[in-house]
Design a protein around this ligand. Structure first.
Ligand code: URA
Length: 212
């Protein structure tokens, strides 16, 4: 498993604004979109391309285009939705699948309440979007779900990650040698007793969409 905590001054700047409790929802959504685009640039380093021949107005040349079938982007509802636009801007031809997962506030265990994905993901590169890698439970369940459907490789993009979450995902797939990459904008300090990332940014879904 590969872990990439992306260090970049623009990411650090935008993350600091995102964390600030005084940042309102519209600004939070805008920053999330911008952060995802920056993280997605790193997360797509191994995206599959094929060589093609084209003609410029000046001469013949060769280049690359994304392989078919296109990658599948899977935002985890609800907070992952806030990351979709930034990712879709970078890969407009990607197919989008949805996975609704919620974690129980007491047990912190995830359960799936919605699933809109192609039945067969054989050979497909998948990108999971979930802003907060906290306990890792949701991500582990989502990764298992996609590999069970045949995914070729999986890259998870998180805005923030907790060491506990990274360790849990590493442990869950330690002996399986599966192509999994985690890309995050920051490795924070720890989880608190309620499963929130510290210093974190609070509840990402609430901050994106309000408390409902
Ligand atoms: N989910 C969130 O929205 N925030 C956290 O800090 C942890 C999980």
């Amino acid at each position: 498993m590969k872990i990439n905590i992306v260090e970049h001054p623009l990411i650090a700047h935008k993350l600091t604004l995102l964390r600030d409790k005084n940042t309102n929802s519209p600004t939070f959504r805008q920053l999330t979109e911008e952060l995802v685009t920056l993280l997605a640039y790193e997360a797509t380093r191994d995206i599959s391309v094929v060589p093609i021949n084209i003609e410029t107005p000046v001469s013949k040349t060769s280049g690359y285009e994304l392989s078919a079938p296109p990658p599948v982007v899977v935002p985890i509802l609800r907070a992952g939705l806030g990351m979709l636009e930034g990712m879709a801007k970078l890969i407009p031809t990607a197919e989008i699948g949805f996975l609704g997962m919620i974690r129980d506030h007491d047990t912190l265990q995830p359960s799936t309440y919605a699933n809109r994905l192609p039945e067969d993901l054989t050979g497909r590169q998948c990108f999971i979007l979930d802003p907060m890698l906290a306990t890792g439970g949701t991500l582990i369940a989502a990764i298992n779900f996609l590999f069970d459907k045949g995914a070729r490789d999986i890259t998870a993009i998180a805005i923030l990650a907790a060491p506990e979450g990274i360790a849990a995902v590493e442990k869950a797939f330690a002996d399986k040698n599966l192509p999994i990459t985690i890309v995050a904008g920051s490795l924070d300090e720890k989880l608190n007793e309620k499963g929130y990332i510290v210093p974190g940014l609070g509840d990402a879904g609430d901050r994106l969409y309000g408390v409902v």
